[in-house]
Structures are given as structure tokens and as C-alpha cells.
Design a binder for this molecule. Structure first.
Ligand code: PEP
Ligand code: MN
Length: 346
């Protein structure tokens, strides 16, 4: 890989360049031991050349047929940088989409607690047109004395909910020892805020064959979040959804401070879809709708929301879960802003 701080290259192929010419550039780079990532877009093809600076300098890249422009990459993140993809990335799980013009509505309980609770919630969110079902099996709880999740049993319940509703499953992976179980059960592997910079876990999911939903850490900067995503992409998995879920500030009137500015910045900096978790940011259910609407309006590619048939009895995050009885109305309110933004629920 690159030596520290070395600018690597973004190679833009001209509009007339043929696929053979792109393949030729890739072959020359690979021969020289440089990693080449090709992104074929609607209008252009770009090649990211990630490798040793000295090696790259020896290649006459500008002169290869079909090359229009060669630009050094000076940001610390490379594979997730906006310039590295010709078009915005769309995460597509069996036709359920997040990114570009598809707004992902991901919803479900904080924790999977029982069969009845999980299936009831899954039916409600599916009927409301949600994109995917969320539900925690392994829970990162602040207190070791509170409910820690049903673990493997919860993964089985999520599978049952998927079989009935067809909704892809989003669930959190906390421990490298659970990689196999979670990767098999999940359609999208969630990395929680507290593991946002667990670099070994990030590399592990970088080798998985499933998309990753990567949450921003409680105190990580936008650049640190992008570098965390880079760990995943470096291993070969570039199907990543970033999630702003609120950060720690001096403010105590919300559970965390939802950083909508970060969403706008991320949309400039990366080709990856960026979603918002209004539930954990708010910490109270009355604020979830306004924050969700704001997320859609600022240009987020989706939201992940907690809902429960009887929130007051929930074993985790009781104060912030929306009753399932109100979920359809909630989804309709969000969909109105999504439509204003020229998008549709994916
Ligand atoms: C969750 O989504 O269940 C969760 C624990 O979120 P976070 O990691 O953002 O706190
Ligand atoms: Mn929760």
C-alpha cells in the first residue's frame, strides 16, 4: 500500500474511451504492482490507482490511450472518496435500495425481544413500505446489568421475519467471534457507534460478502468516519452505508446532538450512501419525526428508525421507540419530504 501521505492517482477516461483502453490501463497498473479500482459510470469511467508513489511515478499514465485526465488524490481516504466513483453508490439488496435517488427507510425494534414482538413489527414496517428491517440481536449496552440481546435466537427470529415479509435484515455485529453467525443471518451488517473505530472488526467485515452499515462513533469526526469506512473498503468490500446517529456535545436536551451538517459534508466527500438515525440522536420519540424530516431534507439517503408494538415495555431504548401503531403515519410524513427531494423510498 501507499507510503504515508503519498498522493495516489485518479485516472479519468475520456468519453470516447473504449472498454479495451480501460482494461489496458488497468493491466499496466497491475503489472507494476499498483492496485486499480475501476468505476464505470453512466457518463465516465474512472480508475483509482492506489499504490506506491515511486512506482506510480514511473508509469506514463497520461500517455495511455483513452486517458483524459490524471489527478492526484490528496485526501487521506481514497476508495470512499467521491471522486473514486463515477456515480453515487447504490446498495441494492434483492431490489431493496439505498443511495442516489433511493431513500432507504430502515425500521424495526431496538432489540429483538420475542417472536411476537419481532413479527408484529416486521409486518407493520413492511406494510408501510419500508426498505429493510432492523433489530438488535447482540446489544452494546452501557450497563452490563441491562438486557444484552437474545443473540443467536434473535438472529433466527429475524430470519423468520424476513421469510414472511421479504424485508432484508440489518443487525449489529459486535464481536469477531460472531462474524459467521451474523454474516449468515444479516443482509446488511451493522457496525455500531461504539465499534466505529474497532479496526480489526472493520477489516473483518471488509472481507464479508454483505453490505455494511457503519455508524459514526460518539466522538468521531467526519474524517475519522471516512477513514473507518476506508478500512472496510480496503479489504474489498465497498458496499458501505454511512450513518450519522448523533454525537456527544455539551447539550443535554437531546440524547446526542444530531449533526446534520456532517451529512451535508459527507454527501460532498463520499460516493457512499449516507443515512441518519434520528432515534438514537433524539432519545425521545416526540423528536424522531422532526429529525427524520430534517434528515430527508438535508439530502440523506435514508433513515434507520426504532419502532416497537409496546415501547413502554421495551427492554432497551423504551423512551425513543415509536409505537408501531403510529409507524405508517410516520412513514407517510417522511415520504412527503423524500418526494420533494426528487427521490423515492427504495
Ligand atoms: C442501534 O442501532 O441499535 C445502536 C445501538 O445504535 P448506536 O450504535 O448508534 O448507538
Ligand atoms: Mn436502540
Amino acid at each position: 500500500m501507499a507510503t504515508n501521505g503519498s498522493p495516489e492517482l485518479l485516472i479519468v477516461m475520456g468519453p470516447e474511451a473504449t472498454p479495451d483502453q480501460t482494461d489496458h490501463v488497468v493491466a499496466r497498473l497491475e503489472e507494476a504492482g499498483v492496485d486499480a479500482r475501476v468505476s464505470r459510470g453512466r457518463e465516465a469511467t474512472v480508475i483509482g490507482a492506489i499504490g506506491d508513489r515511486e512506482l506510480l511515478a514511473t508509469l506514463p499514465v497520461e500517455g495511455y490511450p483513452g486517458v483524459e485526465q490524471v489527478v492526484p488524490i490528496i485526501k487521506p481516504y481514497r476508495l470512499v472518496a467521491r471522486e473514486l466513483a463515477a456515480d453515487p453508490t447504490v446498495i441494492d439488496v434483492d431490489g431493496h435500495r439505498v443511495g442516489d435517488t433511493y431513500f432507504g427507510l430502515i425500521a424495526g425494534p431496538c432489540s429483538v425481544e420475542s417472536r411476537e414482538q419481532t413479527l408484529t413489527t416486521a409486518r407493520v414496517v413492511a406494510d408501510a413500505g419500508a426498505t429493510m428491517l432492523r433489530g438488535g440481536a447482540f446489544k452494546p449496552r452501557t450497563s452490563p446489568y441491562t438486557f444484552q440481546g437474545l443473540g443467536i435466537e434473535a438472529l433466527e427470529l429475524l430470519q423468520e421475519a424476513k421469510a414472511e415479509t421479504g424485508l432484508p435484515i440489518v443487525t449489529e455485529l459486535m464481536d469477531p467471534r460472531h462474524v459467521e453467525d451474523v454474516v449468515n443471518a444479516a443482509d446488511v451488517i451493522q457496525i455500531g457507534a461504539r465499534n466505529s473505530q474497532n479496526f480489526l472488526l472493520l477489516s473483518e467485515v471488509g472481507r464479508a460478502e454483505k453490505p455494511v452499515l457503519l455508524k459514526r462513533g460518539l466522538s468521531t469526526s467526519v474524517e475519522e468516519l471516512l477513514m473507518a469506512a476506508e478500512y472496510v473498503a480496503k479489504e474489498g468490500n465497498d458496499r458501505i452505508i454511512l450513518c450519522e446517529r448523533g454525537i456527544k456535545t455539551f447539550e443535554t436536551s437531546t440524547r446526542f446532538t444530531l449533526d446534520l451538517g456532517a451529512v451535508a459534508v459527507l454527501k460532498n466527500e463520499t460516493h457512499l450512501p449516507v443515512i441518519v438515525d434520528p432515534s438514537h440522536a433524539a432519545g425521545r420519540r416526540d423528536l424522531v419525526l422532526p429529525l427524520a424530516r430534517a434528515a430527508a431534507a438535508v439530502g440523506a439517503d435514508g433513515i434507520i428508525v426504532e419502532t416497537h408494538p409496546r415501547p413502554e415495555e421495551a427492554l432497551s431504548d423504551a423512551a425513543q421507540q415509536i409505537p408501531t401503531s403510529q409507524f405508517a403515519a410516520f412513514a407517510a410524513e417522511v415520504a412527503a419530504i423524500v418526494a420533494l427531494m426528487g427521490k423515492e423510498i427504495g
